[in-house]
Design a protein around this ligand. Structure first.
Ligand code: ZN
Length: 260
């Protein structure tokens, strides 16, 4: 599943291709909006809120999409027929660019004034201009008995974080994923670390949390089950955490991140 930094970059690419230009084509390939026509309207901007994408169009219209597990947007020069591919959910095109949304988990059109119906439940956006660490801590603290590895993924508490940054932030802060939120030594520090790790990767796709690049060197614990911890050489452990449908692979070092 794409993390918030991937979604942030997707929003920036959509904004660069579509923003402040007139749409020449819209092709919604989802039944509910099959007859929606946006050609002739100016796109004001595209932006991300957590892992949600909002494309704001003239006439107070917002196109709300979400990549969910497998979605992606691809952008290429216009003036070719849109792909006849059953995976395509939405095509937006102007005189210069064609943006094609594949396997989008959500495609809906709503009044811009009602965007809160789509994204109003979200906690502070880790990559948003209104990021608010204190509010994220307040929301997390509302469920002190919850394992922190689960709580960090709850988009109502802080928006944009996914499994990779959850695992890596917990390692950096030496926090066991099953520690209850109320027992985390410094919740603010953990949240700030998660934000910092995402922020440094916002502008490029490598997603390195160690500061190193190159295959197998980018992460502390994520997808390193059985490999030696980079701090203490203990083998990294892996387990599924959380109940369906929110089960996620969790990776941690039992020495650096002891249960408490
Ligand atoms: Zn270790």
């Amino acid at each position: 599943m794409p993390e918030g930094d991937t979604v942030w970059r997707t929003a920036r690419r959509l904004d660069e291709a579509l923003g402040r230009r007139v749409l020449t084509r819209s092709d919604f390939r989802v039944p509910r909006f099959a007859t929606t026509e946006l050609a002739g309207r100016v796109v004001h901007e595209a932006l991300s809120r957590g892992k949600h994408l909002l494309i704001r169009v003239d006439g107070s219209i917002t196109v709300h999409t979400h990549l969910r597990m497998d979605g992606s947007w691809r952008i290429w020069p216009a003036r070719r027929p849109p792909p006849r591919d059953h995976r395509v959910r939405l095509v937006l095109e102007n005189a210069d660019w064609q943006a094609v949304g594949y396997l989008l988990g959500v495609v809906e059109v709503l009044p811009t004034t009602l965007e809160d119906r789509a994204v109003g439940h979200l906690g502070p956006d880790l990559l948003g201009p209104d990021w608010d660490a204190a509010e994220a801590v307040r929301r997390l603290s509302g469920e002190p008995g919850r394992p922190v590895g689960e709580a960090l993924l709850d988009q109502r508490k802080l928006a944009g974080i996914g499994n990779l940054y959850k695992c890596e932030a917990l390692f950096v802060e030496r926090t066991n994923p099953w520690t209850q939120v109320g027992n985390v030594a410094d919740l603010r520090r953990l949240v700030v670390t998660a934000q910092r790790l995402m922020r440094v990767n916002r502008d490029h796709p490598e997603q390195s949390t160690t500061g190193m690049s190159g295959r197998g060197r980018e992460h502390w614990v994520y997808r390193r089950a059985g490999s030696a911890c980079r701090r203490c050489r203990t083998p990294i452990r892996h387990e599924i955490q959380g109940a369906a449908p929110y089960q996620r692979d969790t990776f941690w070092c039992p020495t650096c991140q002891p249960a408490r």
